[in-house]
Design a binder for this molecule. Structure first.
Ligand SMILES: [Mn+2]
Length: 331
């Protein structure tokens, strides 16, 4: 697997939309992560600094540690219609399922919708919008860096920092093989412009509330090994969350723990939100393809980081059984 990348060409239509727009609404996926919030922040701050109105509307919850990314932004309630805007941009997301309140069909062919995403897309889903898609990009942050660089806009330092955070967030701090030469070029540019890598690391890895570590303890207690110790499975239940006063957003990154174990090539975190949904997060090491495994259950993501909802399971135990029944071919 090569990490030397040939990034996708930025479609002129996407640049054209962004250059002409004056009132922009920025959307991203439900329960936004560091890449989603960092990319949205960078785009919003940069567009606002160039005299545009840039609003951000979010759905779901996110970890408190990332809330600082919303400072100085215009964050609005999710609007009923988009007529106040001449452009809507959808970041880090192209699927209807992940953005629960909005259907892309809302946008007719003449609506101005720009989708910027690094997740692989089924061609059939592509409709009624200008698309900038690059599955070779580490993160949406990297793509927004390319876009804003091409537009030659002045980026405030806080936007530069948000871009580096977005990339660090989706690459496991530049350790996964989605980290390419383009990622490092972008990172080098951002550091050259004054972003502190240490500050980004502190935001992402040194800013957890105590309940996170308490939840980590309970999650570690649940760890079981299978398949000749190559598969690590951990669980989080509503009881675990209640016991330490945590919310589902606090489970972000816990799946990484299992991947640190010697010999483990697939780490799985099975989460019960207590509302009838079982979410399964996967992190792999080469040669395990976690995206293909997630796809078996109707999910998706990247080769080394993916997820799915197990609609057949009512409990974490059932979801673990379902996984164990199908995982053999992937390890
Ligand atoms: Mn992403």
């Amino acid at each position: 697997m090569t990490c030397r990348s040939t990034p996708a060409v930025i479609p002129p239509l996407v640049l054209d939309f962004l250059e002409r727009a004056r009132q922009i609404l920025i959307l991203t996926h439900n329960n936004p992560d560091g890449d989603a919030l960092g990319s949205a922040r960078a785009l919003a701050l940069t567009l606002a600094a160039s005299g545009r109105r840039a609003d951000l509307a979010l759905t779901g919850t996110w970890t408190q540690a990332l809330s600082f990314l919303l400072a100085d932004l215009s964050v609005i309630d999710f609007p009923d219609d988009f007529s106040a805007y001449d452009l809507v941009t959808l970041l880090d997301c192209h699927s209807l399922g992940r953005l629960e309140k909005i259907g892309l069909q809302t946008f007719s062919a003449d609506s101005s919708l720009v989708v910027i995403d690094h997740h692989p897309l089924k061609e059939a889903e592509k409709t009624g919008a200008a698309w900038f898609l690059d599955p070779t990009a580490s993160s949406t942050g990297e793509m927004v860096w390319r876009l804003l660089s091409a537009m030659n806009l002045n980026r405030p330092l806080a936007a530069e920092e948000a871009l580096l955070l977005a990339m660090a967030s989706d690459t496991g701090f530049f350790s996964q093989n989605n980290t390419t030469t383009t990622t490092f070029k972008a990172a080098a540019d951002l550091v050259e412009r004054g972003v502190s890598l240490e500050a980004v690391h502190r935001h992402l890895r040194g800013n957890w509330p105590l309940k996170y570590f308490k939840l980590m303890g309970r999650t570690l207690d649940s760890l079981k090994l299978y398949c000749g110790n190559r598969l690590a499975v951990m669980t989080v239940t509503p009881d675990d969350l209640r016991a330490v006063g945590a919310v589902m957003a606090d489970t972000e990154n816990l799946v990484e723990i299992g991947r640190g174990l010697a010999g483990v090539t697939l780490s799985v975190l099975v989460k019960d939100n207590g509302l009838g949904g079982i979410r399964v997060s996967l992190r792999s090491r080469e040669p395990v393809n976690a995206a293909n495994l997630a796809a078996l259950f109707g999910g998706g993501g990247h080769r080394q980081a993916s997820a799915y909802n197990d609609s057949q399971a009512a409990t974490v135990e059932e979801a673990v059984d379902n996984l164990l029944a199908r995982v053999d071919n992937f390890l």
